[in-house]
Design a binder for this molecule. Structure first.
Ligand SMILES: Cc1cc2nc3c(=O)[nH]c(=O)nc-3n(C[C@H](O)[C@H](O)[C@H](O)COP(=O)(O)OP(=O)(O)OC[C@H]3O[C@@H](n4cnc5c(N)ncnc54)[C@H](O)[C@@H]3O)c2cc1C
Length: 483
């Protein structure tokens, strides 16, 4: 029986996969496509993570799609609202009909002779293997493992009589009302969870080995609200978006160029929201410079309000061991706990764990060089969405999807069937993510590399990438086309 064939196969139906399909619909309406999604629902991150308080930590004007305005009054939105936005977009563009749920892509092999991919997926409900062929494989599988969050060794955990939960798999039956809750971690998830849990807990203690930079931002964006009140949506939306792109970029550049001053300003912002005499240096004074890791955003200072009210506290120390009733820290301090939340991070994973091969030869991602941050050297007719680390993910996802459409149209116009990115001419290689966060350092060696300069180097700079991806040449020195 002939195998089913589509022009473009998208792996993953999260924010990026749904966005990619919308771009195809709008910009390459003649192309056939399908989306294979491993889980039983659309939405990716925003469907998986269900911990209390789950919300964006970047503004929705830039986390929303360029082609579909975010109309909710909140600029920092909760997980439900973001999930709904993805679902509504999929419905509006007729994408939901093209999604095959519970299909995990396990391998994809490119045949040079046939100029197409054979993609093998496993149905997660029946275990059945499904094969399809496609001309172009577009991987939108996010950047981390879905089955397992990162948990470091927890000494003595077997003695602990309470419950231990990881935010990636939040148990919906958990009731922490009136309980002593410990959150281990200092990143975006920990600072989101602490104020949310503190609303019902007896007390929440955030135990962190070392602090992160934290910035309070308003939930509502006053400038965007004014723009939306006085201008039609088609003007207000891009203006609000570009205003936030500019502010985020300025903050990032300012931090990278004058880290000490940026650190002092951030510290002052935190101190101003905490009671007089609070030890800001110990609990909110990181050992790294601002933006060497992602900034943690807290909406309307909710974390600081919880600390100020006494419902939450921060302890900066390391866990020596779990005890029957909580934790003992290296300083000897005992922290009582009924529930321990390990907000200790993610396990990075590129291309959704699938095995890629070209003419039967396995692709080792670590040996490849990313071309324009989205294609891999030596891997034909393939693209991958990896969002920004210093700005909203969707800004980059939109650019990548738009670029794939340009590329497909270019190939159509010239009768090309194959597009293969090349390696840069010089041997220098740079990590693809330049953050020092634990989750990055643990896995960055296994990821594709960048070259020393464009088109193999990204600058984590949206306006520059707009020029490169929307207006730059498709047939530059980094790529070879063939008929
Ligand atoms: C808790 C949390 C909060 C975040 N907040 C922000 C934020 O505020 N701003 C921001 O810019 N970024 C944020 N991020 C990053 C976030 O992942 C992106 O915003 C965005 O959701 C990524 O979308 P995506 O579709 O690329 O990936 P995901 O949302 O991860 O979706 C990937 C999809 O691909 C599917 N998939 C994976 N492998 C396969 C496979 N082999 N076969 C088939 N399907 C597969 C998955 O099941 C999933 O549905 C956050 C991340 C987390 C974990």
């Amino acid at each position: 029986m002939a195998m089913e064939h589509v022009d473009v196969l998208i792996a993953g139906a999260g924010l990026s996969g749904v966005g990619a399909a919308c771009h195809l619909r709008r910009e390459c309406p003649d192309r056939t496509f399908a989306i294979l999604e491993a889980r039983g629902a659309l939405g990716g991150t925003w469907d998986l993570f269900r911990y209390p308080g789950i919300r964006s930590d970047s503004d929705m004007f830039t986390l929303g799609y360029s082609f579909r305005p975010w109309t909710d009054p909140r600029a920092i939105a909760d997980g439900d609202a973001i999930r709904e936005y993805i679902h509504d977009t999929a419905r509006e563009y007729g994408i939901d009909r093209h999604v095959r749920l519970r299909h995990r892509v396990v391998s994809a092999d490119w045949s040079g002779a046939q100029a197409r991919w054979t993609v093998c997926a496993q149905r997660t409900d029946t275990g059945q293997t499904v094969e399809l062929t496609c001309d172009f494989l577009f991987v939108c599988s996010g950047y981390y493992r879905y089955d397992q969050g990162y948990t470091p060794a927890l000494p003595g955990i077997e003695r602990f009589a309470g419950r231990v939960v990881h935010p990636q798999h939040w148990p919906q039956d958990l009731d922490w009302t009136g309980r002593q809750v410990v959150v281990i971690g200092s990143g975006a998830t920990a600072v989101t969870l602490v104020p949310a849990l503190a609303q019902r807990a007896a007390q929440v203690t955030m135990v962190q080995r070392s602090p992160s930079w934290v910035l309070s931002l308003p939930t509502r964006d006053a400038v965007a609200d004014r723009l939306r009140r006085h201008l039609p949506a088609r003007l207000a939306w891009p203006l609000a978006r570009w205003k936030n792109v500019a502010l985020t970029m300025l903050g990032f550049e300012f931090s990278r160029r004058t880290p000490r001053l940026a650190g002092r300003l951030l510290t002052r912002g935190v101190a101003g929201r905490l009671p007089a005499g609070y030890d800001v240096a110990t609990h909110f004074g990181p050992r790294y410079d601002p933006w060497d890791q992602r900034l943690c955003i807290v909406p309307d200072g909710d974390l600081f309000a919880a600390i100020s009210s006494g419902r939450a506290r921060v302890v900066t120390d390391t866990v020596d061991t779990f005890t029957e009733h909580g934790l003992r820290l290296s300083s000897g301090t005992e922290v009582a706990a009924d529930v321990v939340v390990t907000a200790t991070g993610l396990n990075l994973q590129a291309v959704g764990g699938m095995a890629l091969s070209v003419d039967g030869v396995g692709v080792n991602l670590a040996d490849t060089v990313a071309y324009k941050g989205m294609m891999l050297s030596g891997v034909p007719n393939f693209a991958l969405t990896l969002g920004y680390t210093n700005a909203s993910w969707t800004l980059k996802a939109d650019l990548v999807a738009g670029y794939v459409c340009r590329l497909l149209r270019h190939m159509d116009r010239h009768g090309y069937r194959v597009c293969t990115p090349l390696e840069p001419p010089t041997p220098q290689r740079v990590p693809i993510i330049d953050l020092t966060s634990g989750y990055v350092l643990r896995s960055v060696d296994a990821l594709p590399k960048q070259g020393p300069k464009a088109p193999w180097r990204l600058h984590q700079n949206y306006p520059r990438d707009v020029l490169l991806m929307r207006h730059g040449r498709v047939d530059d020195e980094g790529v070879r086309f063939a008929r």
